[in-house]
Design a protein around this ligand. Structure first.
Ligand code: 8OZ
Length: 357
């Protein structure tokens, strides 16, 4: 029998009841000090029928923040807040991994401790504006991380991964996509370093591989995944040869025997035009399960799985508006439409009040 979205699958040691993944979704509704609160528990619990929930991107340190009202994963209070979420999802028979995030240059001093400058591989200001508590403000030129600071960043990922496991997660996903810190190191539009972390593809991939190694040491390779977005121009990103870069990344990540590779197959957030890219070729460079994301529906998701182009498919916007997306796909029920005006920030409206069937 061929597999489809409703077939069970194992991603490393994480056993999923179906292949419908809830994609990471930034919703800006955490409580004070980055502590998840009751409405966040309700939101994730409502979506526990997904084969796997990937949480919203979650800063690994105070310097990793870049938007208002993000949850964190580096204090005891935050761990206790997340524990309520993992308990609620597990009680409903779901699985949930935490997405580890450092925004790098996509931030603003007003969001950082002591109004510090955001950090990045190189001091290159992104085009565009930061979302701050005071509204939209032009990005600033970030400070290039010193070579001696890199081990500290790797250590923050490892510590946050430990916090995630203490909070009861089934694993972690390293966010190396969408123009944030690790992606800023990977792509040569943002990485102009002249040290072992810049220049060649091998050097630009070094930070991601060191972070992956450190995280795997903490959580186990069978509980760690990585998310990449080879051609997403969002956050003013570009690379001179994405196919070569990301084929190399997929090869290099294969050595860790990860739970999965999660790939944003295009441009998101009004990212605009993106270069042609062969995702089937990329997939052949990776030795483990592949989660495809972006623009899939039930039919195209099933096709990708049947053809062997993906082991599972992640859905973002459909999960915002349809907590019972799995059931709706199962019986071909119509979907609720998502209200974009309530994506980022606010309270229950557009968050926990979408109706189930
Ligand atoms: C939308 C708004 C803010 C952040 C990403 C974490 O693109 C995000 C994000 C998305 O990965």
């Amino acid at each position: 029998m061929t597999s489809d979205l409703f077939s069970p699958v194992s991603l490393g040691s994480i056993n999923l009841k179906n292949r419908i993944i809830m994609a990471p979704l930034t919703r800006n509704r955490a409580g004070e000090h980055g502590v998840p609160q009751d409405i966040n528990v309700k939101y994730y619990e409502q979506r526990a029928s997904a084969g796997l929930i990937v949480t919203e991107a979650t800063p690994i340190s105070a310097m990793g923040h870049g938007y208002p009202a993000l949850p964190g994963i580096y204090t005891e209070e935050q761990v206790a807040g997340w524990k309520k979420i993992t308990d609620a999802v597990h009680a409903k028979g779901g699985k949930i991994v935490l997405q580890l995030w450092h925004v790098g240059r996509i931030s603003h001093p007003s969001l950082l401790p002591n109004n510090e400058l955001p950090v990045a591989p190189s001091a290159i200001k992104p085009a565009g504006q930061a979302f701050t508590y005071q509204g939209l403000v032009d990005y600033v030129t970030p400070r290039a991380l010193g070579l001696e600071e890199i081990p500290g960043i790797v250590g923050e990922y490892a510590y946050a991964a430990k916090c995630a496991m203490d909070a009861g997660f089934d694993g972690v996903e390293i966010h190396a996509a969408n123009g944030y810190l690790l992606d800023q190191f990977l792509r040569d539009g943002t990485n102009k370093r002249n040290d072992p972390y810049g220049g060649s593809i091998e050097n630009r991939s070094r930070l991601l591989l060191e972070v992956t190694s450190a995280v795997v040491d903490v959580v186990g390779s069978d509980k760690a995944g990585v998310r990449i977005s080879p051609v997403n121009p969002f956050n003013d990103m570009k690379d001179s040869n994405p196919q070569a870069l990301f084929n190399y990344v997929a090869d290099a990540l294969s050595k860790f025997n990860l739970a999965y590779l999660h790939v944003v197959e295009g441009g998101i957030h009004g990212g605009g035009d993106f270069e042609p890219f062969d995702f089937v070729a990329l997939r052949k460079h990776f030795n483990g399960p592949y989660i495809a994301n972006l623009g899939y529906d039930k039919t195209t998701g099933n096709t990708a799985i049947a053809k062997g182009d993906a082991d599972a498919v992640a859905y973002g916007v459909p999960f915002i508006a349809n907590p019972d997306l799995v059931q709706r796909y199962k019986i071909d029920a119509p979907l609720n439409q998502a209200d974009e005006s309530t994506f980022y920030g606010g309270t229950e409206k557009g968050y926990t009040d979408y109706p189930t069937l």
